[in-house]
Design a protein. Structure first.
Length: 215
C-alpha cells in the first residue's frame, strides 16, 4: 500500500479530574447548574465517563444519578437516550440535556424540589496532550501504534475527537480517508461502537479491521 499523503501524528493524552464547587441536591438544581458549568464538566460526565458505564444500564453520570439518587427511572432513560455519536459540540449536548430535564419537570413538577438520596458532585476533566516523536505513514504502522497507545490516548483519538473535529468521525477514520484515500475503510472504522465496547474492545476491533484490510 502506498504511504499516506500526510503522516498520522501520535500523541500522549491524559486527563486531570478536578472537583467543582457546584452541588445538586434536586433535579431543579441539576438543571440550573447544567446551564452554567464549564464545557469541561459536561464533557467529563458524558464523553469522559462513558467508559465507566459500559456495564450499567445508563450511559452518562447524569442519567445514573437520576436513577440511583432520585429514583427517576423515566428521566434517567431519557437522559441516557442522548446519543453521543451524534454530538459534535458540547453546547449542543448541554441544550439537549437541559431540554430533557425541563420537559420532565414540566410533566412531573413535584420532582423538581424533591431531595435526592445523595448530591450530584460536578467535576471536570482537564485535558493535557503532548506530541510524541512518532508517526504512522501506512495502515500497518497506524495499527501498530494503536496497539501501543494508552487508554486515555485511545479515548482522545477515537471518542473525544468528535468534538475537536466537529464531525461525526474520529482521528483514525479522518486520516484513513484523507491521507490514505480509503473512504470505505474509514467508514468501517467509524462504525466501531464505543457504546457497547470497552476501550480494550475498541482497540482490538480497530487493529483487527486495519490488519485484515487488503494491503
Amino acid at each position: 500500500m502506498k504511504p499516506a499523503k500526510q503522516p498520522f501524528d501520535f500523541v500522549a493524552a491524559s486527563y486531570l479530574i478536578r472537583i467543582r464547587p457546584e452541588r445538586a441536591w434536586t433535579l431543579a438544581e441539576l438543571a440550573q447548574h447544567l446551564g452554567s458549568v464549564s464545557e469541561d464538566s459536561i464533557f467529563y460526565h458524558t464523553f469522559q465517563s462513558l467508559e465507566t458505564h459500559h456495564y450499567t444500564v445508563f450511559s452518562n453520570d447524569f442519567a445514573q444519578w437520576c436513577l440511583t439518587a432520585c429514583n427517576e427511572a423515566v428521566l434517567a432513560e431519557e437522559l441516557s437516550a442522548v446519543d453521543l455519536r451524534d454530538i459534535v459540540a458540547v453546547e449542543e449536548l448541554r441544550k439537549l440535556l437541559i431540554g430533557k430535564l425541563e420537559v420532565h419537570l414540566t410533566r412531573v413538577p413535584q420532582a423538581g424540589d424533591r431531595p435526592a438520596f445523595e448530591p450530584f458532585y460536578f467535576s471536570e476533566a482537564v485535558e493535557t496532550v503532548v506530541s510524541l516523536d512518532s508517526q504512522a505513514a501506512t495502515l500497518g504502522e497506524l495499527a501498530a501504534g494503536i496497539r501501543r497507545m494508552g487508554n486515555q490516548t485511545l479515548h482522545y483519538h477515537f471518542i473525544n475527537s468528535r468534538l475537536r473535529l466537529r464531525l461525526q468521525t474520529n482521528d483514525f477514520s479522518n486520516w484513513i480517508d484523507d491521507s490514505l484515500g480509503l473512504p470505505e475503510l474509514a467508514r468501517k472504522v467509524n462504525r466501531i461502537d464505543f457504546y457497547t465496547n470497552t476501550l480494550g474492545g475498541i482497540r482490538r476491533e480497530l487493529v483487527q479491521v486495519m490488519e485484515s484490510w487488503p494491503q
